[in-house]
Design a protein around this ligand. Structure first.
Ligand code: NAD
Ligand code: ZN
Length: 229
């Protein structure tokens, strides 16, 4: 199972490519990169602070609930998510691999050697923007993986292990951000039957064994009811 921002759309979490009010005049590359942060940490933190507050006010939707139920029901279920919002975990999903880490974690911008290297902070609103590293007093950064940054090797390994499966569902992702976008191809190469669920066609749609055009919260609900859940 691979999920992207579309799974959280019905919860009110903006996807990257949705035009969203205040921030719609910024491109993602101006906000979610190390270059952007070194240029203007305050601007980048204001954007993350806005997203953190927005996500804190959101609840998991039917798509998260169905996937949480499957994670309890199927022993070999693994969910690799590109989402950083934590809504899968809040829905009670087991075996979640956070491909791009979490918006609820911070790390030291200078990698000062603080232990642990990243720490959880789900305070909303944060008392100071930008927040300080509690170890060295320098800048803390959002713990998420930015564009141009490598995926944690342990996370990559866990994700690849999950692709040795019978069925790989890919839900709510535009399939343009690599390496995440390559996960379905790798699952197919390993012999899995691959299914895409997305209301819009993506560049990857023709490569799937089955593409279901629909919203995650509706299609997953229908599948769950057909399975008798
Ligand atoms: P994206 O914004 O690029 O694409 C979202 C996809 O979801 C689109 O293809 C769209 O057609 C589809 N979609 C919209 N509504 C849907 C619905 N109700 N059901 C199913 N699909 C729906 O998102 P992505 O592919 O996850 O983008 C990659 C990057 O965006 C990732 O790096 C991720 O970390 C980051 N991101 C995460 C969040 C989050 O945590 N919720 C939000 C925005 C972006
Ligand atoms: Zn530090």
């Amino acid at each position: 199972m691979v999920t992207g921002a579309g799974v959280s759309a019905a919860s009110g979490v903006p996807t990257f490519r949705s035009a969203d009010g205040l921030w719609s005049n910024f491109r993602v590359e101006e906000l979610a990169t190390a270059e952007a942060f070194s240029r203007n940490p305050r601007l980048v933190w204001e954007w993350y602070e806005w997203r953190r507050n927005r996500i804190a006010a959101c609840e998991p939707n039917r798509a998260h609930e169905v996937l949480a139920a499957w994670s309890r029901h199927y022993p070999k279920f693994t969910l690799v998510t590109q989402n950083v919002d934590g809504l899968h975990e809040r829905a009670g999903t087991r075996n979640v691999v956070r491909f791009h880490a979490s918006i609820w974690e911070l790390s030291c911008w200078r990698s000062c050697g603080a232990s642990p290297g990243r720490w959880r902070d789900d305070t909303t609103p944060l008392p100071a923007i930008p927040p300080p590293c509690p170890h060295c007093g320098g800048l803390a950064r959002p713990g998420v993986v930015w564009f141009g940054e490598a995926i944690d090797p342990a996370v990559l390994e866990e994700s690849l292990a999950a692709l040795d499966c019978d069925v790989c569902l890919v839900v709510g992702t535009s399939a343009v951000v690599y390496p995440a976008a390559g996960l379905a191809d790798e699952a197919r190469r390993r012999g899995a039957y691959t299914i895409e669920i997305n209301p819009e066609a993506t560049d990857a749609t023709p490569r799937f064994d089955l593409a279901i055009a629909g919203r995650a919260e509706e299609v997953l609900d229908e599948i769950e009811r057909a399975l008798g859940g």
